[in-house]
Design a protein around this ligand. Sequence first.
Ligand code: SIN
Ligand code: CO
Length: 377
Amino acid sequence: MDVNAPLALLGGLSPQQFMRRHWQKKPLLVRQALPGIMPPLDRAALFDLAGSADVESRLVVQQPGGGWRVRHGPFARRALPPAKQPGWTLLVQGLDLHVAAAHALLSRFRFVPEARLDDLMVSWASDGGGVGPHLDSYDVFLIQLHGRRRWRVGRQRDKTLVDGLPLKILANFQPEHDWVLEPGDLLYLPPAWGHDGIAEGACMTGSVGFRVPSDDGLARELLQRLAQSDEVDGRLYSDPQQPATTTPGAIPEALQAFARDALEALVNERGALARALGEVLSEPKPRVWFEGQADAPAWQAGQGVRLDAKTRMLYDSEHVFINGDAFDAGGRDARLMQRLADERCLPARDCKLLSPGARALLADWAASGWLHAEEAA
Ligand code: SIN
Ligand code: CO
């Protein structure tokens, strides 16, 4: 993708200009960002997906008396209210993992690093449906896929929530803008902007969501990974200078220093933190399964490859990461694997340039269903 070329998707801004002016800073409304867009799936197919245990879904129903009811999927079709009943919405997460057109739509936003890109959610709402005025802690691109939806949005100083509800609803929502989105319109919102989308007639909305690691959560995951590393040398504590003590309950200072050194060694081990980070960030989501191919070779030299839609592939200057596994990579192999991660495909002519070891990896990944063979064009 040429990040300096203007994109209709971003209202004529280049990805570079969008990131500088809007990303994490201020909303952007783009009329007809995706003219003539077709929803990646129809209502019936969306409802079917919400019936699968592998798919995360939520049903939000506004009660006639003003309350809210929230349930989590999977949902049999008969568990969903009739489409004509106003005031309900079904939200289905991770459409990009299951529907090729949804994956293609999400891919248009790959001017943001993949490590930050989360998924494409699609919601279907009956007339008046929505999830109420709320804040999200992540950026979002809202894409109107079908029908009309009224969005009211505003910076929100007062973040107080209504007590006792099954979902987080702002008690004092203060909208600054009021826009009705038509199919093909796009609205970008930075984190913590209050927003309330109400369906005007039945409608379908897509939202591109982003991953926001928290420092404590990430630190916990990294430490777990680092602790499993076999690079730690297993040095034992020794204390030949320990005097006899009259305070046997006190932890010796030398033991505190030993603990600190052990942790520092773990984190400072050359490349270990970068490796653990790549493993954590490329880990597939909990409900993701790959269909492996045990018998016939799934990929042979002479064919190109394309990553499976569920595969997460990332890299840093010394490693390549795929679905939670790390591989040291350098030289031409590294450059080609980086191209595979960036483009999500590698043509046959590039696959031929890989070393025998790297080609063996491609064959393994193909057998695991992480990537698929593509015939030369
Ligand atoms: C929706 O699609 O109904 C909600 C999306 C959001 O508010 O983030
Ligand atoms: Co939201």
